[in-house]
Design a protein around this ligand. Structure first.
Ligand code: ZN
Length: 377
């Protein structure tokens, strides 16, 4: 085995964007729903096992579940059902080689394992990312329009004390073509009044564009990394408004803020993200989610990600949600793709082996340690 492949396979990864695993056993439609970003169950006669991600599960996870590589969908599902969600999680999570998780705790938080549970169950280090919109929604029952800004600021500061960063889902709730101006106090009060008077206080959904900008700027003031959902995602995004270059003016205005901007997923805007990471000192990115979802084409996303940005700005993530398969395959494909691309460059004498080994370590964990200000662990 080449030294580059060995380094890629053994680097103790920091997964800088992921979510908890589902607690309970899943039936097949629920499992298939978690293996797509679609919000609809698979149409009749169709299964995710015949999509790129399903082909990867059947190739890579099947042997760990006691099946032959490239098992049929039926055999895979039968083994998964026999072992149960807990059993499959125990097997696959042992084999990821991930050392630390940076977990987005703000989505469907009751049905999935929390940050502490992920740490305790699987022995990983685990850190929390706080979702800005969820924090705003959590104060909707108790706040008032005149006190919204202060109440949100206090609650975010409280939550930030134990978190390593924030996440913005501006892309879902508005689009990345948001107004880059910081709203005035009067605008925030009026917007809070509008939102609180129409919001369902039991299940509030923050979608007021002025408040979305306000909570973002409040996070900027706290000078921690802010993750942005970019590009590919559930069916409630408008993909053409999730190109990260749409927030170029916001990036310009936050260069010196101390906040780091972490662009997540980025598909299909991988090259746009690479450009932004090159020209703005506080912009970083990953192509997490798409490795799993593009399945056998994963090398293409890795190649595009490596085209332009400094290697000191790229991070690893699995964007796993719910299924241990996503953690296992996310790590495996990243390791394999990086070894393929860097190995080829070294073979063609375009990069030294010494540099390639350094870059594997940086992209696998060192860059995340720097971006989030973590002690080595
Ligand atoms: Zn995610």
């Amino acid at each position: 085995m080449s030294r580059i492949r060995e380094a890629s396979e053994t680097v103790r990864l920091i997964d800088h964007h992921c979510h908890g695993l589902v607690r309970e056993d899943l039936d097949r439609p629920a499992f298939e729903l978690l293996a797509t970003e679609s919000d609809w169950k698979q149409p009749a006669g169709q299964t995710i096992f015949d999509s790129p991600i399903g082909v990867v599960f059947r190739a890579e996870c099947a042997p760990l579940l006691g099946l032959a590589r490239h098992s049929t969908a039926e055999d895979y599902w039968a083994a998964r059902e026999r072992l149960g969600q807990q059993g499959v999680s125990d097997i696959l999570m042992r084999e990821t080689g991930i050392g630390s998780l940076i977990v987005d705790s703000g989505f469907r938080s009751t049905t999935i394992l929390g940050v502490d549970e992920m740490r305790e169950r699987f022995g990983y280090h685990a850190h929390e990312i706080v979702r800005l919109e969820s924090v705003a929604e959590s104060i909707a029952v108790s706040t008032t329009a005149p006190s919204f800004a202060d109440d949100f600021g206090a609650e975010l500061t409280r939550r930030a004390a134990t978190a390593v960063g924030f996440k913005s889902i501006m892309a879902y709730r508005y689009g990345l073509d948001f107004d880059p101006d910081r709203p005035t106090d009067t605008e925030v009060r009026e917007a809070a009044d509008e939102w609180l008077s129409r919001a369902d206080r039991e299940r509030p959904r923050l979608d007021h564009p002025v408040l979305l900008r306000h909570i973002l700027w409040t996070a900027v003031d706290l000078a921690k990394p802010i993750q942005f959902h970019v590009g590919y995602g559930d069916s409630d995004i408008n993909l053409h408004r999730c190109d990260p270059t749409q927030m170029t003016e916001f990036l310009r205005r936050t260069v010196d803020s101390g906040a780091q901007v972490m662009l997540l997923h980025c598909y299909p805007f991988v090259r746009e993200a690479g450009f932004l990471a090159q020209v703005f000192p506080h912009v970083w990115f990953d192509t997490g989610v798409v490795l799993n979802y593009t399945g056998p084409s994963f090398r293409t996303a890795i190649e595009h990600a490596l085209e332009l940005a400094p290697f000191s700005k790229l991070l690893f993530s699995s964007d796993a949600f719910g299924l241990p398969e996503l953690y296992y395959c996310g790590a495996l494909l990243w390791r394999s793709g990086l070894a393929d691309v860097l190995g080829r460059w070294v073979g063609q004498d375009q990069m030294s082996e010494r540099d390639a080994l350094r870059y594997v370590e940086m992209m696998g964990r060192g860059n995340a340690l720097r971006a989030y200000g973590l002690a080595d662990e």
